[in-house]
Design a protein around this ligand. Sequence first.
Ligand SMILES: [Zn+2]
Ligand SMILES: [Zn+2]
Length: 64
Amino acid sequence: MVTDESTRKLKCKKCGSRFKYPERLEKHQEIAHNKKKEKCRACGSEFHSLENLRKHKKICKDKV
Ligand SMILES: [Zn+2]
Ligand SMILES: [Zn+2]
């Protein structure tokens, strides 16, 4: 059976994202997991994406 899944066998071990090409996976890992993490200045928590940080900031503000 040929499914879309079979063409995207490269999988990021950290978040489960799938990619067709090795370069894409590498790039993804660089951006999403290695290079720069978004950090909350208030509590120091680190997040993989700006989106997550934004969500956290709302909660973080409520706490403090
Ligand atoms: Zn990933
Ligand atoms: Zn925080």
